[in-house]
Design a protein around this ligand. Structure first.
Ligand SMILES: Nc1ncnc2c1ncn2[C@@H]1O[C@H](COP(=O)(O)OP(=O)(O)OP(=O)(O)O)[C@@H](O)[C@H]1O
Length: 248
């Protein structure tokens, strides 16, 4: 279980807090979509979970192991268990697909191996398996810069699979993709959820995708949870709370 208690984040110089006391529990095997208007706090929430953003207050734990209040070495170990995918893939464009995927294992490798790109046969065979899993088995030796956006996001997913994460966080993972490609990537994430029991927490802009793929929707507005339930309960009144109109 991912447990978030009393999470607060107030960026310096901002009038209002980005997160204003968020409490959330995500059970293993759930597929949660986080919805909300721009500025609602979705990215801040996702990024606090692996402490890419440092919360001001509150506690976060995964499977009872604390994520907040731990030192660097322990945080590094926790980050190994929690994968993350981003809107802009965050790949190394001048390197080939295979190398980009093996990078997902860097946290477990001795530093000299990663610095020299000295990979073992096991790294290569695991990377090939991850590429087959995401439907890019024939692309291992292509340069990443020669791939489409959807293919690049699938490379990023193969890279995170190399990490063998227990929990996968996504910060708008399909926002840069056209609707058809976005569906394909969501289908891939759904198959990882269904077939491999991966727990997913993604922030999404597209309500249709969230309803079609997630098993649970969390709505944020003004840094607070204003909806939490299955997609079927996302009715007009819930939508109004998640997407309040501008006051001006
Ligand atoms: N690094 C930062 N420094 C200062 N303020 C920030 C920073 N990051 C986010 N904020 C502010 O915190 C609030 C929440 O931002 P956040 O990015 O978490 O929202 P979001 O729901 O993910 O928005 P979007 O959908 O536009 O990405 C916003 O008011 C934003 O301006």
């Amino acid at each position: 279980m991912l447990r978030i208690e009393g999470l607060r984040k107030h960026y310096a110089g901002e009038a209002a807090p980005a997160l204003d006391g968020v409490n959330l529990e995500v059970r293993e095997g759930e597929f949660v979509a986080v919805l909300g208007r721009s500025g609602a706090g979705k990215s801040t929430l996702i990024r606090c979970i692996n402490r890419l953003v440092e919360p001001d207050e509150g506690r976060i734990s995964w499977k009872k192991a604390p994520i907040t209040g731990i030192g660097r070495a322990e945080l590094r170990r926790m980050r190994g268990r929690i994968g993350m995918i981003f809107q802009h893939y965050d790949l190394l464009p001048r390197l080939d697909v295979m190398t980009n995927v093996i990078v997902g294992r860097f946290a477990e490798m001795p530093l000299w191996r990663s610095l020299l790109f000295q990979f073992t046969d096991k790294h290569r065979s695991d990377a090939r398996e991850a590429l087959v899993r995401v439907g890019l088995g024939s692309m291992a030796h292509k340069s990443v810069s020669a791939l489409s956006g959807g293919q690049q996001q699938r490379v990023a997913i193969a890279r995170v699979l190399m990490q063998r994460p227990e929990l996968l966080l996504g910060d708008e993972p399909v926002s840069s993709l056209d609707p058809v490609t976005a569906e394909r990537v969501m289908q891939l994430l759904q198959s990882l959820h269904r077939e491999e029991g991966l727990t997913l927490l993604l922030n999404l802009h597209d309500v249709g995708l969230a309803k079609a793929y997630a098993t649970r929707i969390v709505g944020l507005a003004g840094g607070s949870v204003v909806f939490d339930g299955p997609p079927e309960q996302l009715d007009d009144s819930a939508m109004q709370r998640i997407y309040p109109p501008d006051n001006d």
